[in-house]
Design a protein around this ligand. Structure first.
Ligand code: COA
Length: 318
């Protein structure tokens, strides 16, 4: 069996924080942030939560797929920033949307999490165990960001995206994902500290920005080439490259290295910043709702993040 995406949804928090607002909090400027990242604003949760955004994105995806919650067999939520550890976000989503027949669990592969969750769903579908799986990326990163650290707080934003992944007959498209724990120190965040120690900056995200940049521009083109080869597809046969929205310069570099026109790399990081594992499904949903995705088109999804982790998948739009 093969997986296809039969519906998408997303949820963006109402509160918008532009670069001018950030430059009143830390020593930075709108010009610096735009030039180094392409980001102009990000949205942050106030009334919303990681769980509520996940449920809302899921409901919109179900509506888009024309499916009832009872038809969902499994819910997979990728998140690193849920307000609740127990119960897992997937079970909370199940309760809120009434997906009474679904099993569910959460996945943490940082910004590559949606890709890993999608590939997990593909495997359940390929095995014949499940038919309809809700795959969600939801992040409230504003709680993990140190708003005094200009090296990180300019980058991240909150939001959620979801896809209904459904089985259909046909050969499975091969994906790829990788990890390199030896380089894990490039991007870290502790949730607990020794009781003798005072809480400190390590409880917020800490990043070696240049190390992450170098890793992304090398590994993302490599893993895209890998999935193209596995599926016997050429770059010319790909209509869209829907990549993790971390930095406009990273996307430009990936496009250059692949020798593919940047117009095939849609971007919305200007508005939302880096929403970690929510970025790929939010962009997918925007593209879907704008009518940019046409039946039969081949789409590469690729992402990278803390771990370090990275991966890519190919989907054929229906
Ligand atoms: N505003 C103004 N100046 C800043 C700044 C900010 N927000 N952040 C850093 N600077 C300063 C630095 O202190 C440094 O000053 P110096 O030259 O006087 O020492 C200068 O700008 C250059 O810093 P550098 O770290 O070399 O900038 P950069 O071009 O590498 O850009 C990032 C920094 C974080 C934007 C970039 O490295 C990046 O995007 N990396 C990838 C991060 C990422 O995607 N993470 C998520 C992965 S899922």
């Amino acid at each position: 069996m093969r997986a296809r995406i039969s519906g998408t949804g997303s949820c963006i928090p109402l509160h918008r924080l532009d670069n001018e607002a950030i430059s009143r909090m830390v020593d930075t400027s709108d010009a610096w942030i735009r030039e180094r990242t392409g980001i102009e604003s990000r949205h942050v949760i106030c009334e919303e939560s990681t769980v509520s955004m996940a449920a809302e994105a899921a409901e919109r995806a179900l509506q888009n797929a024309g499916m009832d919650p009872e038809e969902i067999d499994m819910i997979l939520v990728s998140t690193i920033s849920s307000e609740v550890i127990l119960p897992c976000t997937a079970c909370e989503v199940q309760r809120r949307i009434g997906a009474v027949n679904a099993a569910g669990f959460d996945i943490n592969a940082a910004c590559a999490g949606f890709l890993v969750a999608y590939q997990t769903a593909e495997m359940y579908i390929a095995s014949g165990m499940y038919r309809n799986i809700l795959v969600i990326g939801s992040e409230g990163l504003s709680h993990l960001v140190n708003w005094k650290d200009r090296g990180t707080c300019i980058l991240f934003g909150d939001g959620a995206g979801a896809a209904v992944v459904t089985s259909q007959s046909g050969e499975r498209l091969e994906g790829a994902c990788h990890s390199d724990g030896k380089k894990g120190t490039a991007l870290t965040c502790r949730t607990r500290y020794n009781e003798d120690e005072m809480p400190d900056d390590r409880c917020y995200m800490q990043m070696d920005g240049q190390a992450v940049f170098r890793f992304a521009v090398k590994k993302v083109p490599e893993v895209i080439e890998e999935v193209l080869e596995k599926n016997h597809l050429s770059k010319d046969e790909i209509d869209w490259f829907i990549l993790h929205q971390a930095n406009g310069r990273i996307l430009e570099s990936v496009a250059r290295r692949l020798e593919v026109g940047i117009e095939k790399f849609p971007m919305n990081l200007q508005e939302y910043g880096n929403t970690s594992s929510a970025s790929v499904p939010i962009l997918l949903d925007e593209m879907n709702r704008k009518g940019c995705l046409k039946p039969g088109q081949n789409i590469v999804m690729a992402a990278f993040g803390a771990g370090l982790t990275w991966g890519a998948s190919i989907i054929q739009w229906q």
